[in-house]
Structures are given as C-alpha cells and as structure tokens.
Ligand binder design. Structure first.
Ligand code: ADP
Length: 410
C-alpha cells in the first residue's frame, strides 16, 4: 500500500451549503465538487476556501479539506487532492442562539442548568480553522474520538475494549480548551452525518449545579441528566455533553464547597459521577470535560477519561498563526491593506520581511494565553482613528501595544 493511498482514505472534504440552497441537490454534485478541488493550487490542510466552478459558486459557501495525517495548516500536495466521493460531506449550518434549558428546583424556582445547540451550527463552524496549536492535538483528537464513536457504534464488547467516550482537556485558562470541544463536536457531526441524522451539544453549567441551590443540587443533577438521557434515547442523534471547569465538581468531593455542608458537597459530586457513568454507557454520547487545574482533579474522574490531554500556552509559531487568522479577517473586511500577503507558518524560514517582523513580535509574547494573544491586534487597531491601515502601520502599533502590555521593560 503506497503512502498516498493511505493519505487518500483519511482525506475528507467538508462543503458548507449557502443559506437557502438545497443540501439535497448539492449532494448529487459530489463528483463535480471533488474534481473541481483537484485544480486548485493553493490549498492548506483545515483551511477553508471558495469554489469557483460556475455550477458551484452560487450554492456553496466554503469548502475545507481535512486530513488527519497531515499537520494543521500544511499545504496540500497535488496527489493528496484526489478525494474519494464517499469522503465528501455536504452540510448546512443552523443559525441562532443556544437554547437555555432550566430545571425546576422546587418552590416554583428554576435554574439554568444547561445550554443546547443543534449541530452543525454557524456559531461553532469557524472555530476549528481558527484554533492554532503547536502540537497535533486537533488531528489527534478528531481521529481518536472518531474511532471511539465508530467502535462504540459497532457494538464492541466493553469488557474487552474499554471505551468510556470521555475526553478531558486541562491546562491554564484561555488556552482554547472549551473552543476545541465545540469545534471538535461540529467536525464530528459533519463527518458522521450519514450515520447520525441529528446532533446536539449540551453545555452543562457546573457552577449553577453547585452553588445557588446547594441543598437542592442532588435533585437538580438528576433532572439535568434525565434530560440528557432523553436526548440520547434517540439512536439517530449524536449527543455531546460539555462539562466546563470540571474541577468545580471534584473539588467539592474533598473540601466543603463555598462554605456549604461538606456532606452535601460529597453527595452532589457522587451524584454527578454516578450520572456521568450512566450516560457514558450510551453509545451515542460523548462527554467532553475541561479543567484549569490538574493536581486537584479527582483520580476516579481522571481514570474515566479515554483521552487526557494538556493544552498549554502557544509558542511563537502558534502565536504567529493566531495573529495570521486575525489579520486575514481584518484584510477581508478591508481594514488592513489586502495587497500584502503574510507567509503561512508552514513556509518558515522562507518568510518575507513583514512576516519576519510579526514572528519577532510573537516571540516577545511567549507564556501568555491564546485568549490574550487574540485580543492584542484589536487593541492595536483601536489605537488608531484610521479606517484603513497598511500592514506596516498595523505592525508598528501591535509592537507598541506589546511593549506596553506584555513586556514593558523591552
Ligand atoms: P479555555 O477553555 O482554555 O479557558 P477558551 O476556549 O474559552 O479557553 O478560549 C478563549 C478564547 O481564546 C477563544 O476565543 C479562543 O478563540 C482564543 N484562543 C485560545 N487559545 C487559542 C489558540 N490556541 N488558537 C486560537 N485561539 C485561541
């Protein structure tokens, strides 16, 4: 088996339908879509692009090639553009806000216990492409979780192949963990759309479960998980459950939480763990959890995760990559001059002058979170009262903001 055959099977093309166009009709054009991609010169792994074919350009919003055997953002070679038609996934996105779902807590009060999104949705769609990491975490997670769901779907014996369908991402705040969970759910939904007709993303509000109605929280937890179970009872529905900052659950087990009776805390945490075990047994459920700390996490909890991955601060190359996504967007809306093109990270060290300068600035920002990194260019722009700037002006102001905010001693 040649290497290129190997790449071809893991090569997928995701095609987003324009609002108002018929997904059903476009699905009939998969052959044309796959062949129109082979002639496009500049394609990068997991980066979206437009299709210019006259029969496609008015009905397709964007396309994206994704290959889990190729680094994120790397330029695709010609032979790796022969995409099998079965790997072409046509999807449309839902617009609109999440649905807040509350649970009655007795005495005619209710708490917002979770938010629901029907996937694929517009809000989650661009997150994947714009998340930049140093390691291969995006590809690793996607292929691993895809395999988990496939194994579960085949009905493997869980005594022989232990699959918990649970992912734990941990690391400092603002490093993209929550965003990665949302983006991953979206990509899996698109890729598994033949198998699952529907997909739902449920974000559990762990704080509300533990703080306000503490004495009632056992009941609240039961009801919340009953709702989740109900969603999962539909075998054609894929269910993602995100529990953010999961440490707020597990801290409760060892110490009293916010001054409440410790035995209450213990009961609630045990209730969550029991309920999580229950929903994890359902093969169409994937539990995604994030934590800003690792040391304090309950061992029983860490043991349950199939994937336990650290997400750290971006290196200068990842910072550069994040800024590139921001600059591209500012160029798209014509705030930064579009004539200058910055080099993609993958072409380092063959960088043009402006790209070199951006990389130097990135190296001065090591050790800070992706969240802060993403804000700096906006801060730089806000300093100017200009509607339109050259790339040089932009870099100059970015430098000033960095020296002021991040490394004032430089
Ligand atoms: P966490 O869950 O780790 O606290 P979030 O997912 O809430 O972090 O990320 C906060 C913001 O920072 C998001 O808007 C995200 O786009 C941005 N961000 C963080 N890390 C990265 C990264 N590696 N690449 C791109 N954007 C990032």
């Amino acid at each position: 088996v040649s290497i290129s055959a190997d790449i071809t099977s893991s090569l997928h093309l995701e095609v987003r339908v324009k609002k108002g166009a018929s997904k059903h009709e476009i699905e009939k054009l998969k052959d044309l879509i796959a062949s129109s991609v082979t002639s496009i010169d500049d394609l990068y792994n997991w980066r979206s692009f437009g299709l210019t074919h006259p029969d496609l350009k008015d009905v397709i919003d964007q396309a994206m090639i994704g290959c889990s055997n190729t680094p994120d953002g790397q330029r695709m070679l010609m032979e790796s553009k022969n995409i099998p038609v079965s790997n072409v996934h046509v999807y449309n996105v839902r617009e609109g806000d999440a649905l807040a779902t509350s649970v009655e807590t007795g005495d005619s009060e209710s708490a917002v216990a979770s938010h629901h999104w029907q996937l694929p949705c517009k809000e989650f769609d661009d997150i994947w492409e714009n998340l930049i990491f140093d390691d291969n975490i995006k590809n690793d997670l996607l292929s691993f979780v895809y395999a988990l769901l496939k194994l579960s779907d085949r009905g493997t014996n869980s005594n022989i192949i232990a699959v918990n369908r649970m992912v734990l991402l941990h690391g400092p705040p603002g490093t993209g963990k929550t965003s990665l969970c949302k983006a991953l759910a979206q990509r899996l939904t698109v890729r598994l759309s033949n198998r699952y007709k529907r997909s739902i993303f449920i974000e559990v509000n762990s704080h509300s479960l533990f703080s306000k109605w503490f004495a009632e929280s056992g009941k609240l937890i039961m009801k919340l998980f009953e709702q989740i179970e109900e969603c999962a009872s539909d075998p054609h529905q894929l269910v993602f459950v995100l529990i953010d900052e999961v440490e707020s659950l597990t801290i409760g087990r060892t110490s009293s939480y916010k001054g409440n009776d410790p035995s209450d805390a213990l009961r609630s945490v045990n209730a969550v763990l029991t309920q999580m075990d229950k929903i994890r047994r359902l093969k169409n459920v994937l539990v995604l959890t994030t934590s800003n700390i690792t040391e304090a996490l309950d061992e029983a909890f860490v043991d349950r995760a199939d994937v336990n991955r650290y997400v750290g601060h971006p290196s200068e190359y990842a910072i550069y990559g994040i800024w590139l996504t921001v600059i591209k967007e500012l160029q798209r809306v014509n705030i930064i001059d579009q004539s200058v093109v910055l080099s993609p990270v993958s072409s380092f060290p063959r960088f043009n002058e402006n790209s070199q300068k951006l990389l130097v600035l990135a190296s001065q920002c090591r050790g800070i979170s992706g969240r802060t990194i993403r804000k700096l260019p906006v801060l730089a722009y806000s300093r100017l009262s200009l509607d339109h700037l050259t790339i040089e002006q932009f870099l100059h102001h970015l430098e000033a903001v960095i020296h002021e905010k991040i490394s004032p001693k430089l």
